[in-house]
Design a protein around this ligand. Structure first.
Ligand SMILES: *Cc1c(COP(=O)(O)O)cnc(C)c1O
Length: 423
């Protein structure tokens, strides 16, 4: 694609964008001057779909008017509320409907998946992760190791960028699998690294790790709703994600989990159980049925009854993804949007910053991570003052994530102007 740095060109791209009307479906936070921010923080908290309010109010009304009867009698009955999220979630995850369930929050789901998939033995006890991983993932995995009375120093294998580089080379992940594969119980990677914006080759890593007998899981917090996924066909064993980033489901929204059909239908797999993972036919026999009989699908990992108020906005948001035609057209726009940002930053390249996200479109999602070489806080401040919402990660990384649902090419143009102008 040939880009131009003219402001008119940005307007032209917006006019030609078949998805441009989706921006109106979101509330755009604005500054004191009433002008909407250039909101590039969708990798942290996605914007509120306008349709979320009505759907949440509906649940409040059902509670007010029906009380306990809303469990079965509401428009979307609470008892099976999670089922209303299943199909649209499966579409974004590239999964079969019986392989996904929306439940809990992300880090909790990491623990639940590890309870099933991390069963260390004398010969196979290691865990492969990437560095830097999101701190919560590191805490969770280390505590899992300690929970099994093992030593994280002996168990954790970290694939990390080489000195002077930022992305992790695929060959280095492969080298770690070659060296430790026979001892790795679980390879647990981010699908897209939160810090550098690097998108990993999930399919290839999965194939290579599984060939060595490892279970393979991915944290898709920064992948789902951002890049196309085909978890079923890629044979990923399990995956987890949150819904408040690119899925725009609101703060602390219900998270998701994927368990591949091979495992999801295997009711013999060990897990941490609760009544909503139990066969619905016997669930309400309560004290009469002390035996846990898991649902033969990803639902079998559910523990508690569904949190309606944290699920309702996700219904609104997933409907928007479907309306946009799913992730493929969004990704096509996203590649253009982020490619344009990359182009503009390169046009105005300066010693003050370096983009550390891989340049290849298949090795990144919408986020660019910008390393400030000098005065990082001042550079970030300049963006804030200019009406940009993005974030700063210590010591010197600015993360900017133009999202295809509600950002424009003109947002990108303005962002680049603010970042690169000398003042
Ligand atoms: C956002 C994010 C989290 C946050 O975890 P919660 O349990 O939702 O608070 C964890 N891991 C990764 C990789 C993330 O990007």
């Amino acid at each position: 694609m040939n880009f131009s740095a003219d402001e008119d060109f940005a307007h032209q791209l917006d006019a030609e964008d078949p998805l441009n009307h989706f921006r109106e479906k979101f509330h755009l936070p604005a500054g004191a001057d009433g002008k909407p921010f250039i909101y590039f923080a969708g990798n942290s908290l996605g914007l509120m779909p306008k349709s979320a309010r009505q759907i949440v109010e509906q649940e409040l009304d059902d509670w007010a008017k029906r009380g306990v009867d809303a469990h079965h009698g509401a428009g979307t009955p609470w008892y099976s509320y999670h089922e209303s999220l299943r199909e649209p979630t499966a579409r974004l995850a590239g999964a079969q409907p019986n392989e996904v369930v929306c439940m809990n929050s992300l880090t909790v789901n990491i623990h639940l998946m590890m309870a099933t998939f991390y069963r260390p033995t004398k010969s196979r006890f290691k865990i492969l992760m990437e560095e830097p991983a999101f701190p919560s993932d590191t805490y969770a995995i280390k505590s899992q190791i300690v929970h099994h009375e093992l030593d994280p120093k002996e168990v954790l294998i970290l694939a990390r960028p080489r000195k002077g580089e930022f992305a992790i080379r695929q060959e280095d992940i492969e080298a770690a699998l070659d060296k430790h594969g026979e001892q790795i119980a679980v390879a647990m990677m981010g699908g897209l690294n939160f810090f550098t914006g690097q998108l990993f080759d999930i399919e290839k890593i999965t194939a290579l790790a599984r060939k060595r007998g490892c279970a393979v899981g991915f944290d898709l917090a920064h992948s789902i709703g951002n890049v196309p996924l085909a978890l079923h066909n890629w044979n990923v064993d399990f995956a987890v994600w949150c819904s408040y980033k690119y899925l725009n489901a609101g703060p602390g929204a219900v998270a998701g989990a994927f368990v591949h059909e091979h495992h999801a239908t295997n009711t013999k797999l060990p897990r941490l159980a609760g009544w909503f993972g139990n066969d619905p036919n016997t669930r309400f026999r309560l004290h009469l049925e002390p035996e846990f009989i898991p649902v033969p699908s990803a639902d079998g990992w559910q523990i508690s009854n569904p949190p309606i108020f944290s699920m309702a906005p996700l219904r609104a948001s997933l409907a928007i993804f479907d309306e946009a035609g799913g992730i493929e057209p969004l990704r096509a726009k996203s590649i253009k949007l982020t490619g344009y940002l990359q182009f503009l930053l390169q046009q105005n390249s300066s010693k003050r910053f370096t983009v550390i996200t891989p340049r290849e479109t298949n090795a990144r999602g919408c986020q660019l991570s910008i390393l400030a070489n000098e005065h990082p806080k001042e550079l970030f401040k300049k963006l804030e003052t200019g009406g940009v919402k993005c974030d700063f990660r210590e010591p010197n990384i600015i993360r900017a994530a133009p999202t295809p649902l509600y950002n424009t090419f003109h947002d990108v143009w303005r962002f680049a102007k603010i970042l690169t102008e000398h003042r």
